[in-house]
Design a protein around this ligand. Structure first.
Ligand code: B16
Ligand code: MG
Length: 229
């Protein structure tokens, strides 16, 4: 195995594609709070466990899931109105964000990647990705930003990561995707990428490796771990 890994130049990784919410910044809690506010205004509630299913899922797909949990049917225009209201609430939280909301180890890993010449892109479902990265002063690290304003298909479709790899002139097999959502890990695997799940193996077990945090993670160790997975 070791010989094989060496001969492949430790997998030939050239780039890293990062999900945003739950990988770079801790915004998942704000999405949850804003959606909860909407549900409560409509007379119901949903659990943290149900909220897991919303991670990586686009705004309109999220509202459809939530209304389903509440047993509520709305017209398309009312749905659009509530999705927009939820986004206003989410933006209020986002506006207050600063560098403290960067998840442990994320900045250090991105800086190490940059120093070592790896290419870096963002692959997020969010339409607020540029604003969130600006608020935590990390926008300049990303050579390409593929987000919900550019994609037409939501994770678990691999489109967001395929577009990221293409923007960096890399093949999927040359890229590592970092994802906290089950739908995002599924997207990475479907696209032929190496996947690092951020969270629990209970729902991210399909990733090549699963980490609880990026704290203390270095790219060489990561590649070595993926190579023996
Ligand atoms: P917005 P990611 C996703 O971002 C979030 O995980 C998900 O909860 C959210 O609904 C989605 O973005 C859309 O976000 O309403 O800001 O466009 O994890 O793919 O970076
Ligand atoms: Mg995420």
């Amino acid at each position: 195995m070791l010989k094989e890994v060496k001969s492949k130049n430790l997998l030939g990784i050239k780039a890293c594609l990062f999900d945003l919410d739950g990988v770079i910044v801790d915004t998942a809690k704000y999405h949850y709070k804003a959606w909860k506010k909407m549900a409560n205004a409509l007379g119901f509630d949903f659990s943290e466990k149900e909220n897991e299913q919303l991670k990586g899922v686009s705004r309109m797909d999220s509202i459809n899931l939530i209304l389903g949990w509440g047993g509520i049917t709305l017209s398309d225009s009312d749905k659009a109105k509530w999705a927009s209201q939820k986004n206003d609430w989410y933006l209020e939280y986002l506006q207050q964000m600063d560098k403290k909301e960067i998840l442990p180890g994320a900045l250090e890993l991105v800086q190490e990647l940059k120093a070592k010449g790896y290419r870096i892109a963002l692959g997020s479902s969010s339409k607020n990705a540029v604003l969130a990265l600006s608020k935590v002063e990390m926008l300049s690290y990303f050579e390409a930003i593929i987000d919900g304003t550019k994609t037409t298909r939501s994770k678990p479709d691999p489109q967001v990561f395929q577009m990221g790899a293409a923007a960096l002139n890399c093949q999927p097999a040359e890229c590592i995707v970092f994802e906290d959502a089950e739908s995002g890990v599924a997207a990475a695997i479907a696209g032929g990428f190496y996947a690092v799940g951020m969270g629990s193996p209970d729902n991210l077990g399909k990733a090549h490796i699963v980490l609880s945090s990026l704290k203390g993670v270095s790219i060489n160790d990561l590649i070595a771990k993926i190579a023996i997975s």
